[in-house]
Design a protein around this ligand. Structure first.
Ligand SMILES: Nc1nc2c(ncn2[C@@H]2O[C@H](COP(=O)(O)OP(=O)(O)OP(=O)(O)O)[C@@H](O)[C@H]2O)c(=O)[nH]1
Ligand SMILES: [Mg+2]
Ligand SMILES: [Zn+2]
Length: 294
């Protein structure tokens, strides 16, 4: 029977079958060591005696590196408006990483109860003018119906550093789950990694992934050309640079740099782009593992 991999606990795999029933399985020895299974994988599972065994893995549509989840339909990039302070740099990196994998990214600015309307408008305008959708959540805000509609029938990942409110967001959708949440450390203005495991939670017809927060992006194996091509904010300017293979760094008549000068693309967004490109060029092709932009 076909099942979705919900969570991995040591060598046990929590699966959900198409009827919504949950079961624990182990991996058949023929599969062991061949391919790592990740949350979001669709697997074939057989009942042998009283035990369930995963016997094969279905083709993946995609796999996001952080959090490590397969078959992702939608990524919500979460950033708190305060506590910790909203970091454009981090959001920019996260959406560029999600764009790279060809996954749709939405921005969810959390703890919006802690800032005023002007500050909200600033965050909204920064991303909306580049075509990224921005939603707000906070103690005094109703969850947006439009956002809830986006989740429908999708495997959704929440990307964001510790303490931004990923688990709190899932608790708002599913209060019965009562996931553990905790205050951020005010000394460091950082979260504390309250969530320890990566797990999919059902919300109506969707699955939403909760995972430990992270603030660095993994650039291991990233293809530079694909990275440049997949930035969604740049798509409106496709084929408008003088050179077809323009990397938007220093070439003359570059439509992206012109858009930055006109204020259509925020300069800080473009600068994040340049930093990542530079990082990939200088670090990524030396074969070093675990190189991350922090
Ligand atoms: N003021 C305010 N605080 C919030 C809101 N959402 C979450 N918080 C608080 O933010 C803190 C961190 O929330 P968590 O949900 O644990 O954050 P997380 O992103 O899951 O963190 P990790 O599991 O460590 O990655 C908690 O103290 C929450 O009560 C909100 O909308 N408004
Ligand atoms: Mg959490
Ligand atoms: Zn260009």
């Amino acid at each position: 029977m076909k099942c979705l991999l919900i969570s991995i606990i040591a060598d046990r795999f929590l699966l959900e079958n198409e009827k919504g029933e949950r079961l624990y399985a182990k991996v058949a020895s023929k599969l062991r060591g061949r391919r790592e299974l990740v949350v979001g994988d669709y697997v074939e599972c057989e009942k042998i005696a009283e035990h369930y065994l995963i016997t094969s893995l279905y083709e993946r549509k995609n796999i996001l590196i952080r959090p490590k989840v397969a078959n992702v339909d939608l990524a919500l990039v979460l950033m708190s408006c305060r506590e910790p302070d909203f970091s454009y740099e981090l959001v920019n990196r996260l959406i560029m990483q999600v764009d790279y994998f060809g996954i749709e990214a939405l921005i969810l600015a959390t703890k919006a109860d802690l800032i005023d309307q002007n500050a909200k408008d600033k965050i909204h305008d920064y991303y909306a003018k580049m075509g990224y959708k921005v939603f707000f959540s906070g103690y005094n805000e109703e969850l947006s119906n439009e956002l809830i509609k986006y989740l429908n029938k999708k495997i959704v990942v929440l990307c964001g550093q510790s303490g931004v409110g990923k688990s709190s967001f899932i608790n708002r959708l599913r209060p019965d789950l009562d996931l553990k949440t905790d205050q951020i450390s005010f000394v460091l203005n950082r979260g504390k990694h309250t969530t320890r495991t990566n797990c999919l939670y059902r919300y109506r017809d969707a699955y939403i992934d909760d995972s430990p927060g992270f603030s660095s992006i993994d650039l291991e194996g990233i293809d530079l050309d694909l990275f440049k091509k997949n930035i969604k904010a740049f798509h409106a300017y496709q084929n408008q640079c003088r050179f077809l293979d323009c990397s938007h760094e220093a070439e003359p008549c570059c439509a992206i740099r012109e858009a930055v000068d006109k204020g259509e693309i925020p300069r800080t967004f473009y600068e994040t782009y340049l930093r990542i490109v530079e990082f990939i060029k200088t670090n990524n092709y030396r074969g070093d593992r675990h190189r991350r932009l922090k």
